[in-house]
Each structure stands twice: as C-alpha cells, then as structure tokens.
Design a protein around this ligand. Structure first.
Ligand SMILES: Cc1cc2nc3c(=O)[nH]c(=O)nc-3n(C[C@H](O)[C@H](O)[C@H](O)COP(=O)(O)OP(=O)(O)OC[C@H]3O[C@@H](n4cnc5c(N)ncnc54)[C@H](O)[C@@H]3O)c2cc1C
Length: 557
C-alpha cells in the first residue's frame, strides 16, 4: 500500500509567482499537478504587488524597437549584481540562464494566453552602468476583469490598486497637479473605471491582474489547487524528496509527487524571529509581504540539508511610519518621497548620507548601514511647503489638509523655521541648517556634489518631470518646514535556499537534493545583493518556475 493518500506527478508548495507558471508547463506536457496553498487566498505577495517582471530582451522591446541583446543584458547583470560578495544564488551560470530563459518564459506565458505588455518607460535602477537600459526591461500584465474568474474570484488575494489603472499609469498620476497630461490621465482612468463597471466588469491591475490571469489559465488547463492547506514537512525516501505532509481540514494529508516538489512558499518577511536572526533592526510591521511569508519551508528545506545564502537581504522599500502602519494592508510608500524636489533625508544627527533617488533596496540598505555608525532608523525626511503643495506625502494627496492624528501623534512635525523643526526632532539646529544650506547650493548649481542625485535617469524618473531644471533637486526654502520619520520597510526578503541553474536545491557541498526544486524568495536570489530593475523579484520567481517544471518534466528543447 502507498504511504501517500494521493499522488500527483508534480507538487508545488505555495501559490506565488512561479507556481502557476510551473503548473502550466506541467499541464502542457500532460502531467498532473497540485498547488498547495497555506492561506485561504491564491497569489501570495505576488498578487499584492506591482506585478512587474524585469525581463531583458523581452519580445515587447523587440516589437517597440528598444535596443537590447543577451550580451547587453549580461553585461548589465555582471556589472550590477556581479559585485555581490558571498552570494551563492548569483553565480554567473545562473545569470546566463536568467538572460537566456526569462524571455522564453514570457513567450510561454503569451502562448498560454496571458496578456502582457511592457512598461513604456521604467529605467533600469542602475541605468548608468554598462548594458543599462534607460527605457527599461519591465513587463507587466494587462488589466484583468476579475469577474472572468467566476466563483474563484473571491479566492484571489487582493491587490493594492482599486481602480482600472496600470501601475505605470498610477505612478504617472502623481503629476496631475503639475501637468495637463497628468490631469488628462486622471480623467481617462476615472472614465475607464466607471465605464468598465457599467459594463459589469471589475478591472484589477498590477500583481492581482497577473495572478488573476495566471489563475484563469491554470484552472482552464486543469491544475488542481488545495487552499488552507499548510505544508509542514517534506517526505524523503532514499535521499530523495517524494512528497509532502500537509494539514487539510485539521487532519494530516500525505501527498506523493512522482517528478518532484517545487517550493514557491515565499520568504520570511512575516517572521520576526527569523528577521532578528538574519536581518536585525528590521520589523515585520514595516513589511508589505503577504501574511503567508513566514519562512517555515526554508527551515524545512534546511532540515533536509539545503544550503542557504543571502539571508541578510531583503527587497527594502522605504516607508514612512504614519499612524496605523501596523495594520495598513500596504504601508505608506516612501519610494520617491525624498526623491521629489524640496525633500531630503537626514540621519538623527541632521546629516544627509545617501542619494535619495536610487532603488528602494539600495535606499534601505543605506539606512541600515548608516545606522551602524550614526542612528539612522528612523531617519527624517525634511520637507518644505513647496513639497506639501505639490507632492503626495504617504497616502495623502498633494495640497490637502493632513489628518489631525498625524500632528497629535507626533508623526508629522511642522515648524516655521528649520531651527524650530530641528529642536522638535532632537537634531542639532546648526547641523540641520548647514545640511539644508549645502543642499540648496547643489540645487542652485543643479549638481549634487555629495551623492550625485539626479545623475541617473532613474533618480529623475522618481522625481517630478515637470520640475525644472532638475526633476529631483529642489530647494528647501519655503516655511513652514516639515519632518516625517522614514524606516527601512520592505516588500519581502531576498535570501533563501541555494539552487542551481535548473532550480534544484543544493546542499552545502554543492550536491543536488533529488526531487526538490525551489523558486522565488524562498531562494537566494540570482540578483545577489542588488535590485537591477523593476520586477527583479517576480521575474526570476516566474523564470525558475518555468525552468524547474521543464527540468522535472524532462523537457529539453
Ligand atoms: C506592494 C508590493 C509591490 C511589489 N511590487 C513588485 C513588483 O512590481 N515586481 C517585483 O518583482 N516585486 C514586487 N514586489 C515584491 C514581490 O511581490 C515579492 O518579492 C514576490 O512576489 C515574492 O514571490 P514568491 O512567489 O516568492 O512568494 P509569494 O508570492 O509570497 O508566494 C508565496 C506563497 O506561499 C504560501 N506559503 C507559505 N508557506 C506555505 C506552506 N507552508 N504551505 C503552503 N503554502 C505556503 C504563502 O501563503 C504565499 O501564498 C512587491 C511587493 C509588494 C508587497
């Protein structure tokens, strides 16, 4: 008699980014496949996310005549992620595999009926490095009518945008105060949302649209799902992983896997104990990762001998700690807050210490690094009245009255002079004044001599394209002045088990654990200790879902 209650060809633990891609590969080759998800909702952090994928040399770039090639993409990855020290997930072989396979993964999704497109302008985060692309290499799902999922629509994890706009459009909406094109876009999105609702459609966007489309294709292809089914153990037989032990309806459920088990169970962003162990100084309350990212499958793989790498890394995403942050579904975004004109970031001594543009991962790393020598968690965003009139602060619209609680709970500090502001936040007034004076000098010269803010296309993209002459440098000069605390939040962790080019999990000695594959943020990222562009987490998660399933199914071409 079998030791299993049921057996499939392939089992996927977690319904994150690569899972449904892997499942579609399996179904394409006629294999049976089961996705086991711990929570009541499908999609993981991926569904909650922006849903963009960083895919070099993708078919949409070719279509639009945007130059790229495998050589150029590899040169870029070599120059950016190649600088990662002690990063076993980011070997050159894996970088090469990523450059080769990620566009194929996109072709496969398109052939499977997933409607995608490219973001029109989203510069690589180190666009000034060799091989960097100013137009960007980011692929995104088209808006999706969630009603097409029928009874399954309530089983998709909600996204963070509740109107019919792509993420790229949403990011451009911030310019509605400054430009007619921003106002026209606002109108277009409003009308689109209204008309589609009148037609009985409920359009969703970003990560929810991506995972909604993936779920639709997976259901059509006959992929089996089991929700509210936490996997607790991997079953090993003669040194190979042959199945899993899960809890279903409160009872143990043993499921066998003939071709292998793929772990796509996310990272450990929601596990404070693991954060304290690997990423001291970071906090679950600042994380945007979905609640299922509690890291137990990483530990379970370690129990079976898996090597781990890059556990100190997270996809940092700076946030400002406005009241209610502990329970906010998506934390108030800090990306771009201090890259907008009329804003800087200072540590608790009142000194600027990094380029306020730059990738969110680099920004948060910078905060944590600074904090080792000068208290910098939280740091302070210093803003003036020009900023508040023109730009969003957290989730509050430009030029609007800020909630009373923000002042009452000492979140938003306001003062008529920089000296008075400094006194409120315990910074030496002379230091803050000197910092602002120096920064204003850089603004006048349109050259940030200290940190080169504005030298990259990406820094400017984060700023205000209508602010001249610099999209990101603007004086801090108009009273009253304001300060809000900034912390190194995140959108997930970025380290985990070490995998090879085919997605197989490796032991410390480099040998393979037979039958065990992993993808996504359960693994040590191919991007090492850097974030080369928008979608550098979901792109690889999808790609190694694709690669692992093909390997397990024995597809070679
Ligand atoms: C607001 C926001 C915006 C973002 N935007 C982007 C973006 O545009 N592009 C990008 O690349 N990244 C983005 N990120 C980061 C990105 O979403 C995550 O890094 C990525 O989605 C992780 O994918 P994953 O497949 O590894 O894990 P997840 O998508 O988190 O999926 C893991 C799943 O496994 C389940 N699970 C865990 N343990 C078990 C268990 N024991 N048994 C069964 N199931 C289990 C979880 O419940 C979860 O559903 C964003 C994140 C957020 C929050």
């Amino acid at each position: 008699m079998s030791e299993f209650d049921e057996t499939y060809d392939f089992i996927i633990v977690g319904s994150g980014a690569g899972s449904m891609c892997a499942a579609l590969v399996m179904r394409k080759t006629g294999k049976t496949v089961l996705i086991i998800e711990k929570t009541a909702l499908i999609g993981g952090t991926t569904a909650k996310s922006g849903g963009v994928m960083w895919v070099p040399n993708n078919p949409f770039m070719k279509r639009d005549g945007i130059p790229d090639s495998p050589e150029q993409a590899l040169a870029y990855l070599d120059s950016v992620t190649g600088a990662s020290e002690n990063a076993p997930g980011a070997t050159r072989e894996r970088r090469i595999a990523y450059v080769e396979q990620s566009p194929r993964m996109i072709d496969f999704l398109l052939h499977s009926g997933i409607k995608l497109d490219r973001a029109k302008y989203w510069p690589d985060y180190y666009d000034d490095q060799p091989g960097g692309s100013k137009a960007g290499r980011t692929v995104v799902a088209q808006l999706f009518n969630i009603n097409e999922l029928g009874p399954w629509k309530d089983k998709l994890r909600p996204g963070f945008l509740n109107f019919a706009a792509t993420l790229e459009e949403t990011l451009r909406l911030k310019t509605y105060k400054q430009s007619w094109s921003g106002k026209a876009l606002m109108l277009k999105v409003g009308l689109r949302t209204m008309f589609t609702r009148l037609l009985g459609k409920r359009m969703i966007s970003s990560g929810a649209a991506l995972q909604g489309r993936m779920l639709q294709a997976a259901l059509k292809a006959g992929v089996a799902f089991s929700l509210e089914t936490p996997v607790q153990e991997l079953v090993e037989s003669n040194g190979a992983i042959t199945g899993v032990l899960a809890q279903k309806d409160g009872k143990p459920w043993r499921v066998g896997a003939k071709l292998g088990v793929l772990i796509n169970a996310g990272g450990f962003a929601r596990n404070q104990e693991m954060r304290d162990q690997y990423q001291p100084g970071t906090n679950v309350n600042w994380s945007n990762a979905a609640e299922g990212d509690t890291g137990e499958m990483i530990r379970e793989m370690m129990r079976h001998g898996a090597a781990i790498g890059q556990m100190e890394e997270m996809v940092g995403f700076q946030t400002t700690t406005s009241p209610g942050i502990e329970t906010d579904y998506v934390k108030p975004p800090g990306q771009g807050l201090t890259a907008a004109p009329h804003a800087i970031l200072v540590d608790q001594s009142g000194v600027r210490y990094q380029n306020e543009g730059g990738s969110y991962m680099a920004y948060c790393k910078g905060m944590l690094e600074r904090n080792k020598t000068v208290p910098a968690v939280p740091s302070w965003a210093i803003l003036d009245s020009q900023f508040l009139r023109n730009y969003m602060l957290g989730n509050s619209m430009p030029g609007t009255k800020k909630p009373k609680a923000w002042y009452e709970q000492n979140y938003l500090r306001k003062a008529d002079s920089l000296e008075a502001l400094a006194a409120q936040i315990n910074i030496p007034p002379a230091t803050l004044q000197a910092t602002v004076q120096r920064f204003n000098g850089f603004v006048a010269a349109n050259n940030d001599e200290d940190f080169k803010r504005g030298a990259r296309a990406y820094d400017n993209w984060l700023g205000d394209p209508y602010h001249k002459p610099s999209a990101t440098l603007g004086s801090i000069a108009e009273a009253p002045f304001y300060a809000v605390p900034m912390v190194p939040g995140d959108v997930g962790t970025y380290g985990g088990v070490v995998t090879d080019v085919t997605g197989r999990v490796l032991r410390e000695d480099g040998s393979v654990i037979p039958g065990l594959y992993a993808t996504g943020v359960s693994t040590a990222s191919v991007m090492g200790r850097f974030y080369p562009g928008a979608g550098a987490s979901i792109g690889p998660a999808m790609t190694w879902g694709y690669i692992s399933a093909r390997h397990a199914a024995g597809v070679n071409s």
